[in-house]
Every structure is written in C-alpha cells, then in structure tokens.
Design a protein around this ligand. Structure first.
Ligand code: ZN
Length: 182
C-alpha cells in the first residue's frame, strides 16, 4: 500500500453506501450463498469429468463443510465392480471420515444430477443439512422426479433443497456420454 492520508481509509466499494446497514451486519447474504452454490457445483462438474474420462457414467459430487470440500466423489461402478459406488456415496464416505463423524449435520452436498433412492437415503442417514443438485433425473430421481425420498412426511430429518444449479452443463455431460456409447 502506498503512503499518505488516503492509505488509512479502508477501501470501499463504490456501491457500498447504497445499502450500508445490511452490508455491515450480514456480510454473507443470500445472494452470496447462491453464488457460492455455482462455485461448488463447478467442483462437482470437475468430478463428473473424471468419471467421463474413466468411462463411467459422468456424475460428480462434493460435500462442503464450513466453507471447504471435505468429500469428493464420482461414479466408479465399473472400476470398483460396485453397484453402490455412486458419486454421492463416495463423497459422503470421504466426508464422514474427514470430519470423523457419521453424521454430517453441518454439511451440504452438491451433485450434478438429482440423486437416486439409494443416495437420497444415504443423505438422510448422514443428516445432510442441504442438497444442491444440477439437472433432474426423470428416470431415477428420488428427490422429486420419480419419488420423494427426502423430506418424506414420515421422516424427521428435513433437508434444504436447491435444484437447477448449472443444470444445462450437468445434463450435457451425461448426454455426451450416452450419445458416444451408442
Ligand atoms: Zn445414486
């Protein structure tokens, strides 16, 4: 920083004066959260890309806790000869090991495609706080497309859900995969 009187004045954004109170009291606004959703989804898409390169169905997931990634996964069904090796399951396992707790109550899960019944069930067991996903899965989606496993009226645990984040790109990776397989 250069010397002079002006260097002691904290830098301010030109527009900060328009909403001084809310900016000062609550720096993490809803708009910030929505924006960071996109950034975490970029990471999930990066994981989906890893699956694509390995010849697996390209779905990717990350688990975020306290603003950092604690778990990451992409589909490994073929490589692992494992029907349960979905991106979300792998990311949940890694996250639980990282925080040393089978409950992930303060964590959010980001996944490129609407979770299936197995993965949605695992999220309930993990007590995930929030789920953000990209594209709907009309064939196997268990959030709302085929069935509604999360927030079932007879389950106590409620999950906050946001869908449609970078949905176009999430679906495109899958479509490319299935088109090339034909
Ligand atoms: Zn699944």
């Amino acid at each position: 920083m250069r010397g002079g009187a002006s260097s002691r004045v904290p830098a301010q954004k030109p527009s900060a004066g328009d909403h001084p109170k809310t900016q000062d009291l609550d720096p993490k606004t809803a708009a910030d959260e929505l924006h960071s959703d996109e950034l975490w989804m970029e990471e999930a898409l990066r994981s989906a890309q890893r699956a694509l390169e390995a010849g697996e169905v390209p779905v990717g997931a990350v688990v975020v806790c306290d603003g950092r990634i604690v778990g990451r996964g992409w589909n490994r069904n073929i490589a692992g000869s494992d029907p349960t090796a979905h991106a979300e399951i792998i990311a949940l396992r890694e996250a639980a090991a990282a925080v040393d707790n089978h409950r992930l109550e303060d964590c959010e899960l980001f996944v490129t495609i609407e979770p299936c019944a197995m993965c949605a069930g695992a999220m309930v067991h993990a007590r995930i706080r929030r789920l953000v996903y990209g594209a709907d899965d009309p064939k196997a989606g268990a959030v709302r497309s085929v069935m509604a496993v999360l927030n079932h009226p007879q389950l106590n645990h409620k999950v906050e859900i946001r869908s449609g984040v970078l949905a176009g790109r999430s679906a495109e990776v899958l479509q490319t995969f299935f088109r090339n397989r034909r």
